[in-house]
Design a protein around this ligand. Structure first.
Ligand code: 5GP
Ligand code: ZN
Length: 114
């Protein structure tokens, strides 16, 4: 956890383009954007991945998604939509072990993923 890059971003030890912050969640632009809108919404408390969550995290998980859609709307994605993605562990292509929701918008995305 001490080596977690997203915990360091949340703490301000690594700079980021912050979009939103409250007591529970933090949102910032992805450093390697894959679409005109690409930001990440993360819990402030360190949770490694979605598989590490359970019933006690239901409110926090709901808040992550609600924050993601609200910020996406504010950033111009309300009419055309966006993609909300949680990569989980190795088969899910997760590369940073701190739970995060990707929000990708501003262009038409393909499906299915490779
Ligand atoms: P994952 O593959 O784990 O779902 O996605 C991790 C995301 O974090 C990637 O899209 C990557 O570009 C982003 N990322 C990795 N390191 C940093 C960083 O230091 N700052 C920011 N803003 N994004 C990062
Ligand atoms: Zn962390």
């Amino acid at each position: 956890m001490n080596d977690c890059i997203f915990c360091k971003i949340i703490a301000g030890e690594i700079p980021s383009a912050v979009i939103w912050e409250d007591g529970d969640v933090f949102a910032f632009k992805d450093i390697n954007p894959q679409s005109p809108v690409h930001f990440l919404v993360v819990p402030k408390k360190h949770i490694s991945n979605l598989m590490e969550t359970d019933e006690k995290d239901e409110a926090l998980l709901g808040k992550l998604l609600n924050t993601a859609q609200r910020l996406a709307s504010q950033l111009g994605c309300e009419d055309r939509g966006a993609r909300f993605v949680i990569n989980c562990k190795s088969d899910g292509a997760q590369t940073v072990d701190h739970l995060h929701v990707h929000v990708l918008g501003g262009r038409k995305l393909g499906w299915p993923p490779g």
